[in-house]
Write a protein that binds this ligand. Structure first.
Ligand code: SF4
Length: 293
């Protein structure tokens, strides 16, 4: 498949390819904008999207030092109020970063940061909600923790989160490109952990440590995915066999996979990786520090 030389891969585009090569092709290669409702009722779907985005902004404000009382005023919907109270009482970054280790250890936080690295002739890029680096004299005491805020009503299964491209790409890229955040010292795989913190389920974060074996496996897997995409001709692009996923895809009429959007409540019960990825809702940030390597 002919890709522009400046094409950038992300966890979202690679996940799209894994879930449905046609989706990847239409969205990321052709850039086809196909106006369609992704899920119904549309007003509920759009409200959920907006609330999730709003919550991300509130947490970002907190991480850059805005007064909590001012942030609380942004919680102008019942869900936001509850999520914010959960966040305040749990303080996930502090609680999970320092919990079982040296409680006095200093740490640096990098909210809404982007890392990228070269891979198989392209750039692989990831936008993080938060990377927190715990300092320590000894390498064994250093930690580099990725936090990702989730506002979905459904807490995905551990196996789903472990397999998602987000978990694999985010940890891999932190090792490849995170030295800049770590006093210019390379981040080792076994210093990395990824934590999904769920605003609806504050006591049940999803924690994913890392190690060199998984790092090597991720590199091989990601290189292989990019090579498969490069080797594919446009005529050979396949549509997914999982037609349930098409109900929540904006291209369903283009692909002749139905007209009506699927119901939001049913979406939760369909545990395909694409649907769960969509349900997790990630957002583009307005102010992202670009760090290129
Ligand atoms: S409608 Fe189905 S086949 Fe078409 S791009 Fe979307 S998921 Fe793929």
């Amino acid at each position: 498949m002919k890709l522009p030389s400046d094409f950038q891969f992300s966890q979202a585009s690679l996940q799209a390819f894994v879930d449905c090569p046609q989706h990847f092709y239409l969205r990321y290669v052709q850039g086809l904008v196909w106006p369609a409702v992704e899920a119904e009722p549309i007003e509920v779907h759009e409200r959920r999207m907006a609330l999730g985005q709003h919550f991300h902004r509130m947490v970002h404000q907190h991480l850059v030092g805005v007064d909590e009382a001012r942030i609380a005023q942004m919680a102008n919907e019942p869900e936001l109020d509850q999520w914010w109270r959960n966040y305040q009482s749990y303080q996930p970054a502090t609680a999970l970063l320092l919990k079982s280790e040296e409680t006095q250890a200093s740490h640096k936080t990098f909210p809404e940061v982007t890392l990228s690295a070269a891979l198989s002739g392209y750039r692989l890029l990831a936008k993080y909600d938060l990377i927190a680096i715990r300092a320590g004299e000894r390498a064994a005491n250093r930690l580099a923790v990725i936090f990702d805020w989730k506002t979905s009503r459904h807490r995905p299964r551990r196996e789903t989160l472990a397999a998602t491209l987000q978990t694999r790409v985010y940890r891999y890229l932190l090792v490849r490109a995170g030295g800049y955040l770590n006093d210019n010292v390379a981040v080792q795989p076994d210093q990395v952990e990824m934590i999904y913190w769920f605003a609806e389920f504050p006591e049940s974060p999803g924690r994913f440590p890392y190690d060199d074996v998984q790092y090597q496996a991720d590199e091989t897997y990601l290189q292989g995915l990019i090579q498969r995409i490069e080797a594919l001709s446009a005529e050979d692009v396949q549509l997914t066999d999982d037609v349930r996923a098409c109900r929540y895809c904006p291209y369903r009429s283009y692909c002749d996979r139905g007209q009506r959007a699927g119901k939001l409540d049913e979406q939760i019960e369909i545990a395909t990786s694409e649907v769960e990825t969509e349900a997790l809702l990630d957002f583009d940030f307005e102010q992202i520090a670009e760090i290129e390597f």
